[in-house]
Design a protein around this ligand. Structure first.
Ligand SMILES: NC(=O)c1ccc[n+]([C@@H]2O[C@H](COP(=O)([O-])OP(=O)(O)OC[C@H]3O[C@@H](n4cnc5c(N)ncnc54)[C@H](O)[C@@H]3O)[C@@H](O)[C@H]2O)c1
Length: 257
């Protein structure tokens, strides 16, 4: 996590709106120290947790409840990692052990977070949980590789847990499907620059920025969005419903001479 991260920008925006926040990241990522800058900026404690470890998650929720002196109103799940992408394995050559880890870190982790909150009754009524996703869950983007499958699972968990948590405590669970954005995780995708230009040209409003994504998350955490749950919400400048754009047609015509 660094200042380009969507979670970083969301924390700043929520702080600006008056929220109190607890920051978390994997213990190995904390060693980079970047998160301490954010922690100072918004007076938020940092609690390390590997999202695939249930003991770590329990500790994270315990410390958070102590800090808030009560329940939690909202959670942002902003976690993604693909071992097969990182190690350069093509989708058709997948290493299944790495794939299991990818799915656990990037998708099942949302279930783990929600189950921990559920068991501890840590979320307040009308609480809101958002996880970040990408349109590769619905359409093929070849270089997104196994992360496409992880995002499809993530979106499904948001629906299924959203149903159960809605019934139990009116807690809302949604995914926000964000435009490609220049961050550490984003730039790990092969051919990312071409990819981001293509999306920019395809979207009538252009690509949504990380700051705009942060604003949307803050809205989803607020009471202004109380009846939105179990949704996958596209935040992509219109990309998802555009078949082809004039800019793309013109660039192909130009290339064809
Ligand atoms: N950048 C994009 O183009 C884009 C587009 C759509 C969706 N998203 C999604 O947004 C989310 C945030 O990504 P980002 O682009 O801000 O990049 P990022 O690299 O800043 O965020 C990913 C975070 O996941 C953390 N993480 C990895 N393994 C973990 C573990 N085991 N336990 C706890 N944390 C762990 C990393 O330390 C990192 O902080 C991800 O879910 C990503 O897939 C990104």
């Amino acid at each position: 996590m660094d200042e380009k991260s969507i979670a970083w920008k969301t924390a700043l925006q929520c702080h600006a709106q008056g929220a109190q926040i607890v920051l978390s990241n994997a213990p190995v990522a904390l060693r980079m120290g970047e998160i301490n800058k954010l922690s100072e900026l918004i007076q938020a404690p940092v609690v390390g947790a590997d999202v695939t470890n249930m003991d770590d998650l329990k500790k994270l929720f315990e410390e958070s409840q102590k800090h808030f002196n009560g329940g939690i109103d909202f959670i942002l799940h902003s976690i993604g990692m693909s071992l097969n992408v990182r190690k350069g394995k093509h989708y058709t050559e997948m290493n299944y052990e790495w794939n299991q880890k990818t799915l656990d870190i990037s998708a099942t982790s949302l279930h783990r977070v929600l189950k921990t909150a559920w068991d501890m009754d840590a979320l307040n009524e009308w609480g809101s949980v958002v996880a970040l996703t990408y349109i590769a869950a619905q359409r093929v983007f070849p270089d997104y590789n196994e992360m496409a499958d992880a995002k499809a699972l993530l979106e499904s968990i948001a629906r299924s847990f959203g149903y159960n948590y809605g019934l139990k405590k009116k807690v809302r669970v949604n995914t926000i499907s964000q435009s490609p954005t220049r961050t550490t995780a984003g730039s790990g995708v092969k051919g990312f620059d071409a990819f981001i230009d293509y999306a920019e040209k395809m979207s009538p409003l252009g690509n949504a920025t990380a700051e705009d994504c942060a604003n949307y998350c803050a809205f989803m955490f607020s009471d202004m969005s109380r009846y939105i749950t179990m949704q996958n919400l596209f935040h992509d400048g219109g990309f998802s419903f555009t078949g082809v754009s004039t800019a793309i047609v013109e660039s192909i015509e130009k290339a064809n001479g």
